[in-house]
Design a protein around this ligand. Sequence first.
Ligand code: GDP
Ligand code: GDP
Length: 362
Amino acid sequence: MFEKLKQKLKKLVERVGQKTTPEAPQEAPPEAPPKVTVKVPVKIPVKAPAKAPPTPPTIPTPEKPSRIFRRAAKRITRRELSPEDVEDIVWDLQVDLLESDVAVPVADKIIERTKEELSGRKLGLTEDPKKLAEEALRQAIREVLVTDKRVDMPKIIDAKRAKGEPAVFVFVGINGHGKTTTIAKFAKWLMDRGYKPVLAAADTFRAAAIEQLEIHAQRLGLGVIKQKRGADAAAVAYDAVAHAKARGLDVVLVDTAGRMQTDVDLMDEMRKIVRVVKPDLTIFVGDALTGNDAIEQASAFDKAVGIGGSILCKMDADARGGAALSITQVTGKPILFIGTGQEYGDLEEFNPDKILNALFSD
Ligand code: GDP
Ligand code: GDP
């Protein structure tokens, strides 16, 4: 996950380390002990940092303490990024983020926050500048990954069950991006937690979509409510809700058609389904590999029917991370799950720390 973006961020962190490395070679990172400890007093050449000017031969003449302190103080202030350094770094960060397909306003926000974190920060002699850089980036990215809007699916279902009604979740998104597979994975997630779902084949536009949902349902031992191809999608969803109510099932998962998000008829169809079944939650399913396109789709569906959250599939194959970093900020709605493979078990509850660890792990 995120290999490309991870490498970019790693390089950036290295650069911050270089910029804040003081000239005195004695201050090489204290936490890097030599692998082999040699007791013999052999001379180990001290590696000078890339930028260090040729150091004059050290003459062991005793120095006045005041001079030593003055020089030490200078070193400390040197361990601060100048405004130019910060500008330089965030410029690189902007390029990295945009290349990773992070949406422009989201890249801007990450940059602003990183700048705030890095500007004027003075480092103690023992502090690691790379650590500071990583912390700054982590903090900035965390802020775009989270929202205070919480969605607790079991709570929604339990509340409906208490009223003797099924919870209704409508899934929207473009065909081929993983919607049907995600519905099946989510059904499995619900069954693992003791809930009884039923599927509604409300993508009546393609016969293959109905068949595909039926295959998943068969494998999982679930019921599917369907009609013929071309039937009214809202009617199928409505029937499924009635069926769930009659059978005491807990959750209705509605699959819907997904042509282009610019297709007016498609959006009208989604609006009609939502008007008829009044879902407890409408979930956008996007393909992480499509980057900014997924963000535009999410926005379009949100505008048309109001989404409550997103699921991003194919995160296992996504090297760039742009969709994952952008979707929460752009829609204002949380990522609920991420799809991490083609098996039914490959659906993980969204956890920002997992994403951050994937970005900054070695
Ligand atoms: P739909 O047309 O939107 O319903 O898309 P499908 O559910 O048919 O998925 C399209 C393809 O994406 C299928 O081959 C899925 O197996 C695959 N897919 C879905 N989710 C994931 C995922 O999280 N990771 C990977 N690697 N593949 C996925
Ligand atoms: P409109 O028909 O496009 O104006 O939209 P409505 O909101 O009036 O109805 C939405 C659609 O939901 C209807 O066209 C029906 O297909 C479906 N629907 C509404 N009520 C029922 C019902 O009681 N049973 C079934 N099967 N479908 C219904």
